[in-house]
Design a binder for this molecule. Structure first.
Ligand SMILES: Nc1ncnc2c1ncn2[C@@H]1O[C@H](COP(=O)(O)OP(=O)(O)OP(=O)(O)O)[C@@H](O)[C@H]1O
Ligand SMILES: CC(=O)N[C@H]1[C@@H]2OC[C@@H](O2)[C@@H](O)[C@@H]1O[C@H](C)C(=O)O
Length: 374
């Protein structure tokens, strides 16, 4: 028997299509669902403009509501099948899908993408539908990366609490006490969505400049944030609400319209400042002030956003590369790690991460034969 089989180690693939709608990330992690033994290769497949438009048109829709869902599903399945097909060495594939709607206290949470179909096409076990069980049990269904952040903190040898900040379309913050061996233990983690991050900046750039995003934060850096606009948006009760808590991409509506009186540069600076101010407010909810913020996600490449975080949070801010992690792939890696936890029946969320009443298992496992034998 191989060492991997004896120890329960699996080379798992995680695949994530985030709220920015820019493309799909895929990354391999060598793990037993508890410890990280190493990281494997990764890949990215960007959506074309037409594909992004199809996904965007389906945002906010629920299953079965509209033909736009079918069009978006074709995009999601096509891109994922192509990218996942590049990883034949994966023992299991964790497939997040594309979140179209998220309303944990209402209609639930909807990640588009049929994992059973992908298992059949790729001839690999696919773990998917990670969020539904948590929501059904009374949790927020998000964020789910925190259990992986806990493993990352231990992997990089942290001996004091650390905070991971993901600046994707939406922001999310995880406070980790690496002294706990079990991420599901009371006090090991506190996590929540901080507020809008890149999504409104992207929406603004698209509307005003026809560009996908504010490259390196250059436009924001040339403007001045309107503190009145930021104060007005940040007065929303979401920011003072005690976590856990989560957001849908467009929960704050069209934020670029709040900046309609501002120049392109000042509007970009304002939405960038807002993303950072949401994080600053979020820090007030943490059990203790972390030593520094380790930033992951595309937003860490936005120099204006990093500067705004530095200025508004009063903490040293560094990209996760500072501790040897890959900030482009952390979320994809998270779903590789979580897929192995699902296979092993281990919890993937806890009261401190989603507000679920007790540590919660989740995810659906589809074997390649499931559809063939049906
Ligand atoms: N060089 C850069 N300069 C400025 N912004 C950037 C840069 N690179 C990426 N970004 C921003 O990061 C976004 C992508 O981030 P990421 O891939 O982390 O988001 P996501 O995973 O889709 O979102 P979420 O984490 O909310 O699901 C882009 O849409 C863009 O706004
Ligand atoms: C419902 C949903 O898809 N939420 C995403 C989104 O993007 C960032 C933030 O909002 C986070 O809560 C979550 O993604 C990451 C991967 C998570 O679950 O940890």
């Amino acid at each position: 028997m191989s060492e991997a089989a004896e120890t329960g180690r699996i080379m798992a693939l995680g695949v994530m299509s985030g709220t920015s709608l820019d493309g799909v990330d895929a990354a391999l992690v060598d793990t037993d669902g508890q410890q990280i033994f190493g990281f494997g290769r990764s890949a990215y497949l960007g959506y074309s403009e037409a594909e992004q438009a199809a996904l965007s048109a389906a945002l906010g829709l629920w299953p079965g509501e509209d033909a736009r869902i079918t069009a978006a599903h074709d995009v999601v399945l096509g891109a994922h099948a192509t990218l996942m097909g590049e990883f034949p060495e994966a023992g299991v594939m964790g497939f997040h899908g594309q979140t179209l709607a998220h309303e944990p206290r209402g209609r639930g949470t909807f990640q588009l993408g049929d994992g059973a179909e992908l298992a059949r096409r790729l001839a690999r076990p696919v773990v998917w539908d990670f969020r539904s069980a948590d929501v059904a049990a009374g949790g927020e269904g998000a964020p789910l990366a925190p259990f992986f952040h806990h493993a990352c903190a231990r992997w990089c040898g942290a001996d004091a609490p650390v905070a991971f900040l993901n600046m994707g379309g939406v922001g999310n913050l995880t406070w980790v006490d690496p002294g706990f061996e079990d991420p599901a233990a009371d006090g090991a983690l506190l996590a929540f969505d901080t507020g809008p991050a890149n999504a409104p900046i992207n929406d603004l750039l698209l509307a005003r400049r026809g560009a996908g995003f504010d490259q390196d934060g250059a436009l924001a850096a040339s403007g001045v944030a309107d503190e009145g606009v930021i104060a007005q948006i940040i007065s929303h009760s979401y920011f003072s609400r005690v976590p856990p808590k989560s957001l849908d991409r467009n929960d704050f509506g069209d934020l670029s319209s709040a900046c309609s009186h501002l120049s392109d540069a000042d509007a970009a600076a304002t939405l960038t400042g807002l993303a950072a101010e949401g994080v600053a407010r979020g820090l007030r909810h943490l059990p203790a002030r972390p030593e520094r913020l380790l930033v992951t996600g595309g937003g860490r490449r936005n120099a204006a956003l990093m500067k705004a975080l530095d200025g508004r949070c009063g903490l040293p801010v560094a990209a996760v590369e500072a501790v040897g992690l890959d900030g482009d792939m952390l979320e994809a890696q998270a779903f590789a790690y979580l897929a192995v936890r699902v296979l092993k029946g281990l919890p993937i969320s806890a009261p401190g991460t989603t507000g679920v009443p007790k540590p919660q298992t989740g995810g659906r496992i589809s074997q390649p034969a499931d559809l063939q034998s049906a």
